[in-house]
Design a protein around this ligand. Sequence first.
Ligand code: GLU
Ligand code: ZN
Length: 303
Amino acid sequence: MSHQTAYVGRFAPSPTGPLHAGSIVAALASWLDARAHHGRWLVRIEDIDTPREQPGAAESILQTLRQLGLVWDDSPSWQSQRLEAYGTALKSLVSKGLAYPCTCTRSEIADSQRSVMPGGSSASTQSVRGVEHPYPGTCRDGLRPGRTARSWRLRLPDPAIVQFNDRWQGWQQQDVANEVGDFVLQRADGLFAYQLAVVVDDSAQGITDVIRGADLLGSTARQRLLGRALGLADLRYMHVPVVLAEDGEKLSKQNGAIAVDTRHPVKVLNQAFGHLGFGPSAESSLDGWLADATRRWAELRSA
Ligand code: GLU
Ligand code: ZN
């Protein structure tokens, strides 16, 4: 009997729209890796960011996975049914002094950054869409008088430098204190943050290997620190290249990502496989294609 933990992988889509060419690449890589390791593969619907959700998207995603033959083990889990577990995890961090309430608004954090940067506003401090300002730790030592808590943040260890070997991207290092700061676990609107939910669920589902798009590479150090604060085991990671739209941005509904045409599953799969660096398979049946791709993945990528 092997002493290694049995492989458990997962695909964790947010139901913000149908699966597109980009999300298929992540799903396929994760599925192939699980099958190549004779492991289990789970699907988790990350439906806690309710304002971003699209009705029917979750069902459409599951349907597309089925049509592509990317069959999962167990029944899919839904983050919207796991709020109690996220609350419990947050409470345990608070009781250990590892999470604290924060009253800062986004613009206060941006302003405090500008005031500490020589010369005022620089490229990295401008409010560019999608660029987050590192949290300066304003509320670390207690709330300012007269202010009420808006969100909850993780108290980072000092130093908070995380290193890990990504199976696709290679050696990674991030100084989370400098680049991100104490990050949000529960948002001002009461919703639990993606970072907390993902760490709690990966652990609860016994996940050993996370394979996902490289757009999430920058979240991994935060997740590892959070996992350690919660006393959880480290996971292995592989961040596969994201599919870019013609404008060079990550493929999304906004820049024309279209739902995949599942009338031709093998064609869709060959395209995703090509994006992962593999030439097309000559197999024309779905089962044959998946078996061939699993063999080829195992040879090249499963180490
Ligand atoms: N739900 C996230 C997304 O769709 C992915 C989470 C993960 O794989 O860790 O972008
Ligand atoms: Zn604050």
